[in-house]
Design a protein around this ligand. Sequence first.
Ligand code: ADP
Ligand code: MG
Length: 406
Amino acid sequence: MKLDAKAIRYLTNEDFKVLAGVETGSRNHEVVPTPLIVQLSGLRGGSGVHRAISNLAKINLIAKVKNAKYDGYRLTYGGLDYLALNGHQKQKVVYSVGNQIGVGKESDIIVVAHSSGAQRILKIHRLGRISFRTVKTNRDYLRHRHTGSWMYMSRLAAMKEFAFMKALRENGFPVPEPIAQNRHTIVMSLIDAFPLRQIAKVPKPAKLYSELMDMILELARYGLIHGDFNEFNLLIKEEVIPDEDGNTPDIEDADDDHIQLTPILIDFPQMVSIDHANAEMYFDRDVNCVKRFFQRKYHFVSDAPGPFFADAKKRFLKNPGKRLDVEVEASGFSRKMARELEKYMDEVGANDDAGERDDDEEEESDEDEESEEEEEEADDEQPEQSSAEVDESSKRLDALEISGSS
Ligand code: ADP
Ligand code: MG
């Protein structure tokens, strides 16, 4: 399910009104009857609307469904993508669409640009995608659900991620800048950095390790547990510190003392409150992901045990930061929404994936380069983005411009 923005510039205002009509109708109709689409589009009936309908169906933004009782249409993921993209464009958040740089378990990551040329990241949430493909029980489960649920759940994931990113950013945590949210998508600043997973060598592992543990503890002090704190969701900025004479050598020539690594945390749809029933399990899992990765990749084992959930809780009670879990709830992502999303993610197995992946890795032997490669290949769900690829994509941005479809 890739985003293909090519057709968007050929869509008229009328097409978008009809598309929005199908979206509205989908909220309470599995299949939206054609007369209802006409009505919801707010356009006068007639050949125009019907032309728009067949146009949209031809490029797969809506799909015709023959129902026992009536014929009608349902919105596709592609249609939802276009509605979101159109929204971002109207808000002047996105001007053009570039390359896809990541295909995550439950999302697509795309480089986009603002009219100033500044690059941004568009994250499209696609809940249910992996489960449709892999687990039969999930597939059956989802098939018997209302089609609207994947759309709604993907939107909840985007809302949740945006709300947490905003709260974290405003409170000084190193996360991307959240710029906008529309339906199942968010736009954020682009971090020009590699995921920790791709950093072969860390000059001072102990330092980075303790910074990461501090980040986990600091999140807890603000009432939060990330829930997927691992080498994929930490982007590491590598910067060269100028030497005593004020010179800044190339990163290849800089010595260990002059390379500064700054971790940036991403990916927030699974964050939980420190008061969550399974908080301790999530906390321990986050800590152990980092521990295991540092041991396996950098042969670094900390002398200090922990940190333990009890310590985190103690710090939180003695010297709490702002309760960001509570703040997010108040901002519009309600507790009810959080529960709905969590239930869905549990049911489709989105939540236990991080745990499973780590168990796999644990069995790998440290020196076994080959098995590492194999893992990378088998792991094609995991994004492998590099700043080089980001640069490449920026050159091609103008290839897929969205023209003003006001
Ligand atoms: P998922 O939920 O599918 O894991 P992530 O938010 O973790 O999605 O993003 C997947 C990958 O896309 C990341 O590992 C990273 O390589 C890249 N990525 C995501 N957000 C950004 C960003 N703001 N800047 C640069 N790269 C990003
Ligand atoms: Mg991720």
